[in-house]
Structures are given as C-alpha cells and as structure tokens.
Design a protein around this ligand. Structure first.
Ligand code: HEM
Length: 456
C-alpha cells in the first residue's frame, strides 16, 4: 500500500519537478545563449529570483539617499526607471533581464518599438469618445476654476493662495469620466474610481518586484485582505449602479474590467498630464505668458472655447507628455518566435518592454536638446494631427499615446480635456510653484503639486 502511494506520488511529482527545473534552470540558459550570440547582453540570471535581488537592492539604495532634481532638470528616468537606466548604461539600449524566471527584453531602439507596436492587433471594446463630452468637461472645469478663484480672492495681501493642483485634477478628471460613463450615478462611480486608485497603487508597489509565488494571492496577508476589501467595495458600488441604471447585457466581471480600463486609461493619465503641464508652465513663465496670450486671443472671455486654434497650448501638451508622459513604459509578450530589426531573434514567451520615457530622451532621435523643455520642436506638427513626430527629427516618435493599432483610443478626449482645462485656468490665473516644492518625480500616478495662484 505504502509503496504504491509512494510510486503514485512519484509519478505525479517527478514530471512536475522536472517542469519546474526546466523553467527555472534550463530555459533561462537556453534563452540567454542565443541572445548573447546576437550581441544582446544583460544582468545574469539567478536561479528562481532572476534579477529581483539586484533590482531590490538598487531601489532600496535609491530610497535611502532620497534623490531629488533641480527644478530645471527633466532627467527623471534615473528616478522613475532606475533599474532600466542602470542596465542600459551597462548593457546598451537593448538588453535582457529576468523578472523571476520570465525573460524581459528592454527595447530602447525606436525601430524595434515601431515594429512591435505596428504588429499589435487592433482590439478593445471602446469607440472613440464623442464630442458631447466637451460640455461635461467645460462644466466640471468651470466649477474647479470658480472654487480656486474663491480661495485666491479670500487670501489676504495679494500674495495669492497655495493650491494643491494634483488632487484637484484627479477629482476633475474623475468627475468628467464618471459623469460621462455613469450619468446621474456619477457620485458612486467616482467612489469606485477612487477605490480603484488605491488598488492600482498597491498593484504598482508590487509590480516589477519579480518573483511571483503561485497561489500567494489567496493567502490572507495584510496586503491581500486590504485588496479583497477594496475589490468588494468597487464591485458593490458598480453593481449598485448597474442595477439602478440597468446597464443591461454586460456581466459584472465585464463591467468591472471596463471600469478598470477606463479608470486608469482615462482619468489618472489626464490628471497626470495636467499636473505636469502646470509644473512646466510654472517653471517657464515666458511660455505661460505666450499661452495666455494665445488663449485670450482665441478663446476671449466667453463660454465658447475655440480649442482647435490653440496651437501653442497643443505644443506644450505634447512636450509635457514627451518629458513627463503618464505612461512611461508598456509591455508586450511575444506569443510566437519573432525576429526584430537588426536580426534580433526573440523566443516565444519573452516579455518586450518598451521604455517610452527613455526613448523620448534619446538624443539620436530627438537631437541634442532632447533633455530640454522645448515645445517648438512640435511646431510644424500643429494642432490636431496627433503630434506623432517632431518636424526637425522625423525619426523621433512621440509615444505618450503609444502607436499602431492599439494606440490610445482616448487621445482626442484627453487632448480636448487638457486644452479646455488649461485654457480656463490661464484665462483666470497666473501661477508659480510653491516655495517648498521638491522636484523628485516618482511612480506613475498624478503627483501632488503645490502651486501659488494669483487672479489676473
Ligand atoms: C494624457 C492622457 C492619456 C495618455 C497619455 C494615454 C496613453 C495611453 C497609452 C500609452 C495606451 C496604450 C497602452 C498599451 O498599449 O499598453 C493607451 C490605451 C488606452 N487608452 Fe489612453 N491615454 C490617455 C487618456 C485616455 C482617455 C481620456 C481615455 C478614455 C476615456 C483613454 C482610453 C484608453 C483605452 C480604452 C486604451 C486601450 C486599453 C487597452 O487596449 O487595454 N485614454 N492610452
């Protein structure tokens, strides 16, 4: 009896162990060798952990020294993508690293990124957002501007008032998208979005952390219990809305999935863009003046905003997204063996990492002023063409909205919302950074930004 149990266990366990060993020991070598022959190097694989140890050590060292930047510096890559930055300087623009036992190929070459994005399959269930949103946006932004004006007017001595604009923009963009998506139930919708933000923050903290032990997500750790609670909240809120509004045919899982996409895709990103535009305009007063002149000329004081005419505003928004893009990198997984340009062969299952923030600073593509704030590089592209390339450097591709068939479906809406918001702010206020501001961009969510506002 005992012997038969042991042999049954052996029959089950040996193949499992073999599969684990193949995945954790043999495959990494089998993947690394052909890459090395093609000249693609990277930090060496360590059993099971991959490069997690080095990754954690780098981030821990960075956290302990709390690096900050001068306000005039836009060199945020070492702060935002420390590991990619360090490995790029060691191994070049294209290198292989290991997230646990998963190979990740970082593609810092524009040609390769173009190729990967062009072969994306078109998908998703979203249609391009429609113009009717403009009314909702103007109404929501009008409320924010009126609230700020009241705060500034109440501040004594004409010194202006300090406002934390990051939170205001998050609330604003959540309002716009909740009202558009949920109509009269927008307050509950917004609550669900904000709970999603917490979930996203947790997920990001865990992201890139490397090793994923199968099944750990079911263990009631503190983090998991918090996640379950937030997920229950999001689910209950959305269920309430869908029942009251009869969001008919969709299943709850589908609704939640769509909301997750909508949340990050459509709300946090636009808030991020607005916050960094304010930063760049606050630190470049001459551009703030030029934009205000344009806004006053084209949008005057009336209700109608002539957004299509705001060419300088558009250029500043593109330049903001080049330097402080809300999505600093995306990933794709090779579902078949593929060959990239320069003959680099990539085996199925490799994750391809496309580091937009690094590509946007590539001097070969953008010229020697790639690290500078220079909206004029988008001059000839003008408003409304998508800002995909800077005229003087046709090889440079603006990837903030990604490119190819799966690029952002909400880019028109985002640009519309950002233009309308900036126009209304510029028409009413001048602004500069609050004295205590520390320039240390971190993470991917819209940051806090304290700004001194004065009425015009
Ligand atoms: C400044 C604002 C925005 C930026 C920078 C941005 C950027 C991006 C990027 C880079 C992607 C591609 C992601 C990938 O391929 O992995 C994407 C996809 C997408 N975006 Fe945006 N986005 C913005 C605003 C919006 C808005 C306002 C909406 C809609 C209301 C939206 C909806 C979407 C959707 C639905 C996808 C596709 C998601 C998918 O296929 O999984 N985005 N966006």
């Amino acid at each position: 009896m005992g012997a038969s149990v042991v042999s049954a266990l052996a029959v089950i366990l040996v193949p499992c162990l073999w599969a684990v060993l193949v995945r954790l020991a043999w495959r990494p070598h089998a993947v690394t060798r052909p890459f090395a022959r093609q000249g693609v190097r990277g930090p060496p694989y360590r059993f099971f952990l991959g490069n997690t140890g080095e990754f954690r050590a780098m981030w821990a060292a960075a956290a302990s020294c709390g690096a900050t930047l001068d306000r005039s510096s836009h060199d945020i890559v070492p702060l935002l993508m420390l590991h990619l930055h360090a490995w790029t300087s060691r191994y070049g623009k294209v290198f292989l690293w290991w997230r646990g036992s998963t190979p990740v190929l970082s593609l810092g070459h524009y040609d390769m990124v173009r190729l990967v994005l062009a072969s994306d399959k078109a998908g998703g269930h979203f249609v391009k957002p429609v113009r009717m949103m403009a009314g909702v946006m103007a109404a929501c932004t009008g409320e924010v501007v009126r609230a700020w004006a009241a705060v500034v007017a109440a501040a004594s001595g004409g010194e202006g008032a300090v406002v934390e604009v990051g939170r205001c923009f998050r609330e604003l963009t959540a309002d716009v998208i909740s009202r558009t998506a949920f109509g009269s139930s927008y307050r509950q919708g917004k609550e669900a979005f904000l709970a999603q933000r917490e979930l996203l923050l947790d997920a990001m903290a865990a992201m890139d952390d490397g090793v994923r032990v199968p099944g750990v997500q079911y263990v009631p750790t503190r983090a998991n219990v918090r996640r379950w609670k937030l997920e229950r909240k999001v689910r209950a809120t959305l269920k309430g809305i869908s029942q009251s509004q009869r969001v008919a045919v969709m299943r709850m899982d589908e609704i939640i999935d769509e909301c997750k996409t909508f949340f990050f895709a459509g709300h946090e990103t636009t808030a991020h863009l607005l916050t960094w535009s304010m930063f760049l305009l606050a630190t470049h007063p001459e551009w703030q003046r030029r934009l205000r002149d344009e806004v006053l000329l084209e949008c005057g004081g009336g209700d109608a905003l002539n957004l299509n005419k705001l060419e300088l505003v558009t250029m500043v928004l593109y330049e903001t997204m080049r330097l402080y893009g809300p999505i600093s990198s995306i990933e794709r997984e090779a579902t078949a063996d593929v060959e990239l340009c320069s003959g680099v062969k990539v085996p199925r299952g490799t994750v391809l990492s496309l580091p937009f923030a690094m590509l946007h600073r590539d001097e070969e593509a953008w010229g020697t002023d790639a690290g500078e704030f220079n909206p004029l590089r988008f001059r000839e592209d003008g408003a409304g063409t998508g800002g995909a390339a800077a005229a003087a450097h046709p090889g440079a591709l603006m990837l903030a909205f990604s490119a190819g068939p799966r690029s952002c479906v909400g880019q028109d809406m985002a640009m519309l919302e950002a233009k309308a918001t900036l126009a209304l702010i510029l028409r009413r206020f001048t602004f500069e950074l609050a004295p205590g501001y520390v320039h240390a961009p971190a993470g991917h969510l819209a940051p806090e930004m304290h700004v001194v506002l004065k009425l015009l």
